[in-house]
Design a protein around this ligand. Structure first.
Ligand SMILES: *[C@@H]1O[C@H](CO)[C@@H](O)[C@H](O)[C@H]1NC(C)=O
Ligand SMILES: *[C@@H]1O[C@H](CO)[C@@H](O)[C@H](O)[C@H]1NC(C)=O
Ligand SMILES: *[C@@H]1O[C@H](CO)[C@@H](O)[C@H](O)[C@H]1NC(C)=O
Ligand SMILES: *[C@@H]1O[C@H](CO)[C@@H](O)[C@H](O)[C@H]1NC(C)=O
Ligand SMILES: *[C@@H]1O[C@H](CO)[C@@H](O)[C@H](O)[C@H]1NC(C)=O
Ligand SMILES: *[C@@H]1O[C@H](CO)[C@@H](O)[C@H](O)[C@H]1NC(C)=O
Length: 661
């Protein structure tokens, strides 16, 4: 079964082959997200693979190798089209750019202002004409601002394994096989017109490196003033006032919902066309033809969505269900955002369970014993938590200096740095919780060499290429691989969703910080920044959905929440369930953000069953994770080893583990 704990033991080895170490990326992702001021309602997990400004390749120890993919794919090679036309891309994926109105509320929907939604697909394992073809499932990784294209490029295949009927195909089954679809929402990554807040990658990096250390937030008025002004400058840079196609004004959730509906319709059209080309070929009986034609016919104006959204993706899913309740076939939301809190910009329904995560980690640490947990001490989890808190607190007044070594310059390890690693662990326990404890044990004896090195090795110089100078600021040539597309998308989408209802003063904000601190001492520092998302924007969205977020859907929703979710507490799942009659809540008994952060076969099977048959779990269903930090696997055989899984479960587990990592 799963390894007792990969990573844990790896960390004790010398630093070999760092490039392959996912754990390095994890902390850095969070670092990034925080630097972005991103709420990390996102999956973060999807994003650490491509190394942005803070890559996880260690450029100092090893020269960066040229990317030598045979097929260099650029989205500009595809001309946007109103029908879905897929082109091979990224080795074995299919890509399309769907041409849609820039404003779904415009009276002239065929007007000149257009957007092109970037779409990537993992094609189903069976052809469209096969009775087992299950259609397309749309995914969203959250943010707002995270790239769904990137999500599916990095874990679409594993997600397909989770949803698909078990293989092999040769065995007859009534199972279904799905296309997995990733798309970049408005204002995100490859969807055009692009939303860019920085003229080039260098400027963005310059801005990033000047973020104040978390150790200072929000203790001083001068820091608050600085953060406030920075947020204003950023917001004002993300909108192109006066420009007709200023993407920020068209990037709110409602517009993206209608893009999704358009995809669903166009998929019906595409499916019919694909099947047509099959039935006209020889060797198919008249009866078979009739069957295929009926099964694949485009139900114009009545095609229904299949969707799996996590984190902010749950808001997208709920908004879809509210705007188009009769267009729901399968809709899973996992790590649920409270819609009223989101759309009013209050930002107060996220941190209710967060600190419990640290408490649970400390309990697991105590239970696992000193061999498995470096901070083990005393007589209960409480003592471990006291030790952890003491090490953290000490860093606040006594940061650790690290002398230059090799290509690494002088460095200081701060409370802020360790807060980011702590958050990493809180968001993604499976991939990062134990690493955080390891690092803390080193810092306790004031050895900052590894953490300091990690901090620096992430930073890579961003340059301004000559083509960028030639083509001008904001041009595609300026957006090198170092550019973080999500920076600004988060603010723009959030701000346009609250549509001018975010009228706060500095005094309001100070009171907000106090209230938030009372919710979570570990998260309030970073989370508070979200509330500033709308500063600097002066122009409202061209259109928004007035609500309410509720509806009688044509198929019940499946709603997933963890016992202790980092930023989307279980109570949100329960409340949203009351807004959508017939929906079912699946409670996963774990810590972390969204169910995948502590994988559970039970959850995987429930989600699969839902996509396969539409069945929702009975009320009060609770799924246990397979694994807990320090303790390792939970199902043990009589020898105390991890229980061996049957072949199908092993495949499902590998896929879920892949997503969690
Ligand atoms: C635009 O939105 C408003 C308010 O939601 C609605 O009343 C109006 O009918 C919409 N117009 C079009 C052309 O969709
Ligand atoms: C944007 O999409 C590209 C694929 O076109 C992907 O490689 C990249 O990682 C994405 N960027 C982000 C920030 O997710
Ligand atoms: C500091 O920790 C690293 C492991 O990260 C270890 O290799 C090194 O020997 C330690 N330094 C001292 C002085 O103990
Ligand atoms: C925002 O608040 C200020 C001060 O309370 C008030 O003057 C202004 O009208 C408000 N604006 C909106 C859009 O509510
Ligand atoms: C702090 O939170 C508790 C509940 O967790 C609540 O009872 C109390 O009123 C809050 N205090 C403040 C100052 O908000
Ligand atoms: C759903 O249907 C019930 C019963 O018909 C009705 O009372 C309720 O208002 C409906 N909810 C929405 C959001 O349309």
């Amino acid at each position: 079964m799963m390894d007792e704990k990969r990573g844990y033991f790896e960390l004790r080895e010398e630093r070999v082959d760092l490039r392959k170490r996912k754990w390095r990326g994890v902390g850095i992702t969070i670092l990034l997200l925080l630097l972005l001021g991103v709420s990390f309602w996102g999956s973060g997990a999807w994003t650490w693979r491509d190394g942005w400004v803070y890559g996880f390749g260690d450029s100092r120890d090893e020269p960066e190798r040229e990317h030598t993919s045979k097929t260099v794919f650029s989205w500009s090679q595809i001309t946007p089209s109103k029908e879905l036309e897929y082109t091979p891309c990224f080795d074995d994926f299919l890509c399309a750019r769907l041409d849609v109105p820039l404003n779904w509320n415009a009276s002239d929907k065929e007007g000149e202002l257009r957007a092109a939604v970037a779409i990537v697909k993992v094609p189903a394992r069976v052809p469209v004409a096969d009775p087992r073809y299950g259609g397309s499932v749309l995914m969203n990784p959250g943010g707002p601002g995270e790239s769904g294209v990137n999500q599916v490029l990095s874990s679409g295949k594993q997600m397909q394994t989770i949803l698909d009927s078990p293989l092999p195909l040769s065995e007859p089954s009534n199972g279904k096989y799905f296309d997995i679809i990733g798309f970049d929402p408005r204002g995100v990554n490859n969807t055009t017109p692009r939303l860019r807040c920085f003229p080039d990658a260098f400027n963005q990096q310059y801005w990033l490196l000047k973020f104040p250390d978390y150790s200072f937030l929000w203790d001083y008025r001068s820091v608050l003033g600085m953060e406030w002004a920075r947020a204003e400058a950023m917001g004002a840079s993300c909108q192109r006032e006066g420009d007709e196609s200023d993407m920020a004004r068209y990037a709110n959730t409602a517009q993206t919902v209608n893009d999704m509906l358009e995809f669903v319709e166009r998929h019906g059209e595409w499916r019919e066309k694909m099947a047509e080309s099959i039935v006209t070929s020889e060797g198919i009986s008249a009866a078979e033809k009739k069957d295929i034609v009926e099964r694949t016919a485009w139900k114009k104006g009545n095609e229904k969505i299949q969707y799996w959204g996590i984190s902010y993706g749950t808001l997208l899913g709920q908004t879809f269900a509210a705007m188009h309740p009769d267009r729901v076939h399968r809709l899973v939301i996992d790590g649920v955002v409270d819609p009223d809190d989101h759309y009013s910009g209050t930002w107060l329904t996220q941190l209710q369970d967060s600190d419990q995560i640290v408490t649970k980690f400390c309990e697991y640490c105590y239970e696992a014993g000193p061999e498995k947990c470096p901070l083990w001490t005393g007589t209960s989890g409480k003592d471990v938590e006291i030790r952890l808190t003491r090490i953290m607190d000490d860093l606040k007044t006594n940061p650790i200096s690290v002398a230059a070594v090799g290509h690494y310059g002088p460095e200081v390890v701060t409370w802020g740095d360790m807060l980011l690693h702590l958050l990493s662990g809180m968001f993604f326990p499976y991939s990062s919780a134990e690493l955080f404890f390891d690092m803390l044990a080193e810092l306790e004896v004031r050895n900052g060499s590894r953490v300091g090195k990690m901090k620096q090795s992430g930073v890579r110089a961003a340059e301004i290429p000559a083509e960028c100078i030639r083509d001008g600021p904001f041009s595609d040539a300026c957006v090198t691989s170092h550019y973080i597309s999500g920076m600004g998308s988060f603010q723009s989408i959030s701000c346009m969703d609250i549509a001018g209802r975010n009228n706060i003063t500095k005094q309001d904000f100070r009171e907000y910080v106090v209230e938030l601190r009372n919710q979570s001492k570990w998260l309030y520092t970073s989370w508070a920044r979200n509330k500033l998302a709308c500063l600097g924007y002066t122009v409202p969205p061209v259109w928004f959905f007035e609500g309410p977020i509720a509806g009688n859907t044509s198929h019940p929703l499946l709603i997933i929440g963890n016992t202790h979710d980092t930023v989307t507490p279980l109570r949100n799942a329960r409340r949203v369930s009351t807004l959508f009659p017939g929906s079912a809540v699946l409670h996963q008994n774990s810590q972390g953000h969204c169910s995948y952060s502590s994988p559970s076969l039970c959850t995987g099977k429930t989600v699969r069953e839902y996509f396969q048959t539409g069945k929702t779990p009975p009320p009060d269903t609770v799924c246990e994770p397979e694994w807990k930090p320090f303790i390792g696997c939970l199902k043990k055989d009589t020898n105390g080893d991890c229980e061996k899984l049957n072949a199908d479960d092993q495949i499902l587990w590998d896929a879920m583990k892949g997503v969690a990592e």
